[in-house]
Design a protein around this ligand. Sequence first.
Ligand SMILES: Nc1nc2c(ncn2[C@@H]2O[C@H](COP(=O)(O)OP(=O)(O)OP(=O)(O)O)[C@@H](O)[C@H]2O)c(=O)[nH]1
Ligand SMILES: [Mg+2]
Length: 202
Amino acid sequence: MTGIFIKSIADLATYEKESANYVCPEICVAGRSNVGKSSFINMLTCRKKLAKTSATPGRTRLLNLFDIDGGRFVLVDLPGYGYAKASKSEIEKWSRLTDGYFRATQKLIHTLALVDIRHEPSEADKQMINYLYETGKPFTVVATKADKLSRAQADRAKRAVASALRIGADNVIATSALSGAGREEITDRINAMLDAYYADAR
Ligand SMILES: Nc1nc2c(ncn2[C@@H]2O[C@H](COP(=O)(O)OP(=O)(O)OP(=O)(O)O)[C@@H](O)[C@H]2O)c(=O)[nH]1
Ligand SMILES: [Mg+2]
């Protein structure tokens, strides 16, 4: 997939103005701070620095929009939520822009919900999944940083993530931005949902 940066957005009004400029669907990338959202976007688009990554949590505090494949869809990089030191206020900050986005968007067809494969999903992760589930928004859980585990460990961890989130293991895809593992599975899934979307739209 080819990606082009569109814009960083700090408030909802700007999002609404910007999204009025395109008709294609959106897919968003959500997950806690430092889980690897920006790295994941770079992996998908085979670009090293399309989305800015950082070892310091909380790097992406804005909504970042990327055009994928020349208007096929817009990828929305959401601000990371809940990082350890300021969890409550950070979750609130995440909530304001992110909840606002989820309420305002009329184009979102899928959410890629990222969790770290090595850790038990946090309360904030569970909140996000529950929110998506309860509001009927389709999502796939992406378990990041799979390169940090052996293949067998990763398979086990994937099942643990699925069970903690009470979803089917086939709804969790293990990925590594480092090795590119899981990239094809993700792009296949995205292509299938876009094909279905454009077939319906016709
Ligand atoms: N080993 C490994 N490291 C990764 C992977 N993905 C991300 N990282 C590292 O994790 C750190 C955070 O990555 P980012 O992509 O900036 O995370 P983010 O979710 O965008 O973070 P915020 O923007 O702060 O919310 C960086 O040091 C990355 O190099 C991965 O698949 N494998
Ligand atoms: Mg980021």
